[in-house]
Structures are given as structure tokens and as C-alpha cells.
Design a binder for this molecule. Structure first.
Ligand code: SAM
Length: 292
């Protein structure tokens, strides 16, 4: 059965009386080349554990199971569980969990799968064609919880992928770019037109791969101060750093001006011109200032 064929989706809907849920972001992928590209660029090996977010009817799940040691697919929609059991019946290396990804302890899953068929698990690869309504919460959950995965290859709205990839000075650059780039190096995998989904979404998509860094790009005295500066800086994009940051970590406007002068960063600059290194320098100086 060609799982990716639009006719298969139609047949499944009829056979199981399955209704696609718009609110769960169910736009199923129907392009074999894109499926192959996602799997290829995830660099999945035979001793790898794959965790898939939102398998739908299992197009990516089946393709991943062909190359991985084991695939664990996490799907929130209980109506899809009996369907997945049927569509993936030929694979004995797939486990399906009927859970909300945002409430799933991924590290616990990883710790329970340190061996696959008696062999040590080599890498943990997260993949998924994400439900677009919770793309950012899913990514930030994985990164902030320090999930012990090696890479995350995910499809999302193109506009969100552009924000994640953006460099300082670009229009799309913002708090999301800084946060994701702090934890990961970002690689483009594919641009995907909206026509290859059933039903067709309103916007185009992109696939990116996030390779989780073993070593962070900057040294931080306190991550919380760094993220507070980033959040405050981009909170009101039109404001200068001096105005946006006043109040951060309880520091007055005068104190922020003094800190910025001491590290030679013009306090009239706006957050979108500040790269990660500059945010780190600023956060570390604020941290030192606070300690006296
Ligand atoms: N992987 C399939 C594909 O490419 O055709 C389906 C992708 S569809 C864009 C997103 C999938 O995520 C749907 O199957 C949806 O039910 C599921 N989903 C939505 N919210 C979820 C959540 N919080 N946890 C787990 N799965 C979720």
C-alpha cells in the first residue's frame, strides 16, 4: 500500500470512518520525494532510535522503520491508533504511543531504550511533520528540557523555519532564532509547497534539521539571565536595547547604560542587530554587575 498516495488517505477515511482534525493540525504528506529527503537528511542508522512526533497514518514512520533500529511514534489522536496498527503491521520495530508530545517525558523514553535488540543505541533522532499550531512549544520543550537526542528533523511552516534560521540583522531574526541557535546548529533540508498535503494548508512549509550542540557557542554565567535579556530585548522590537532592558534582573536604566558602556555596546542599538555573542557578553556583564 502506498501510504503517501492521496487515494490511500481517502480510502482510510472511508474504511475507518476517520475524520481529519483541523484543530490537531492534520495535514498529511503525499510526496514520496519529500518523505525520502526527510529520512535521508536525518542520517538514521540501523542502531538508532527514532522518535517521531505526530505520525498521522504513518508515512514517515514506515520510511524511518526501514532504516532505523527502532521507531517510537507519538500520536495524540486516539482515532489514528488502530489505523497506524494496520498501516504499519509489517514492521516489528515500531512502537506507537497514544500521547500528547507536550506531556511526554522524552528523556524517560530515551533512557528506557539505551539498547535495541541487545545492541547499544547509537544516536537518537527526532523527526516529524509537526502540527503547526504547536511548532514552537514542541521545539522549545525539547531544547529547554535538555532531551538527550542528537538531531531533530522537522517540517514546519516556512515562515517559522525562516525565523529559526535567521542571522542577526535580518528581518526574521528574533528571540526564536537566538534560542534555537544557542542550542543547535541549523541546516536547511527542503522547501515544501502546500500542494503536497491533504488537506492543503494555507501556507508553504520547510524542513530543517537541528543538530543539538554538544558544546554551546557561547559561555554563559547564567542561562536565565541570557534568556531574560533576549526576551526583553525582542519584547518590543522598536525600542532601543537601553529601554527594553531597563528593569531586567532588577537593574535600573542607569545601571543598564553603565553595563552596556563597559562592554562597548551602543545602548541605542536594537535587539535585531545583536548577535548571540553580544547577547552573551551583555548577559554575563549584567550577571557580574548584580553580584557587585
Ligand atoms: N506525519 C504525518 C504526515 O506527515 O503525513 C502527519 C503530520 S500532521 C501535520 C501532524 C500530526 O501530529 C497529526 O497526526 C496530529 O494528530 C498529530 N498531533 C497533533 N498534536 C499533537 C500532540 N500534541 N502530540 C502528538 N501528536 C500530535
Amino acid at each position: 500500500m502506498k501510504l503517501y498516495a492521496p487515494s490511500t488517505i481517502k480510502q482510510i477515511k472511508e474504511q475507518y470512518d476517520f475524520k481529519l482534525s483541523k484543530s490537531l493540525g492534520q495535514n498529511f504528506l503525499t510526496d514520496k520525494n519529500i518523505i525520502d529527503k526527510i529520512i535521508e537528511d536525518s542520517f538514521i542508522g540501523e542502531d538508532d532510535l527514532v522518535i517521531e512526533i505526530g505520525p498521522g497514518i504513518g508515512v514517515l514512520t514506515a520510511a524511518a522503520a526501514e532504516v532505523a533500529g527502532k521507531v517510537i511514534a507519538i500520536e495524540i489522536d486516539r482515532n489514528l491508533i488502530p489505523i497506524l496498527k494496520d498501516t504499519l503491521t509489517e514492521y516489528d520495530n515500531i512502537e506507537i504511543l497514544n500521547q500528547d508530545i507536550l506531556k511526554t517525558d522524552l528523556n524517560q523514553i530515551i533512557e528506557s531504550n539505551t539498547e535495541i535488540d541487545g545492541r547499544k543505541t547509537k544516536s537518537v533522532r527526532i523527526i516529524g511533520n509537526l502540527p503547526y499550531y504547536i511548532t514552537t512549544p514542541i521545539i522549545m520543550k525539547i531544547l529547554e528540557e535538555g532531551v538527550k537526542a542528537d538531531s531533530i528533523t522537522i517540517m514546519m511552516q516556512k515562515e517559522v523555519a525562516d525565523r529559526i534560521k535567521a542571522e542577526a540583522g535580518k528581518k526574521a531574526y528574533g528571540a526564536l532564532s537566538v534560542a534555537v541557535q544557542y542550542y543547535c546548529s541549523v541546516a536547511s533540508v527542503a522547501n515544501v509547497p502546500k500542494e503536497v498535503f491533504v488537506p492543503q494548508p494555507k501556507v508553504d512549509s520547510s524542513v530543517i534539521r537541528l543538530d543539538i550542540r554538544k558544546d554551546k557557542p557561547v559561555e554563559l554565567f547564567d542561562e536565565r539571565v541570557f534568556f531574560e535579556c533576549v526576551r526583553a530585548g525582542f519584547g518590543q522590537r522598536r525600542k532601543t536595547m537601553l529601554n527594553s532592558l531597563s528593569g531586567v534582573c532588577g537593574l535600573s536604566k542607569e545601571a543598564i547604560a553603565q553595563v552596556m558602556q563597559s562592554i562597548h555596546i551602543d545602548s541605542m542599538r536594537r535587539a535585531e542587530t545583536m548577535n548571540i555573542e553580544e547577547f552573551a557578553l551583555l548577559a554575563n556583564e549584567i550577571y557580574n554587575y548584580q553580584r557587585g
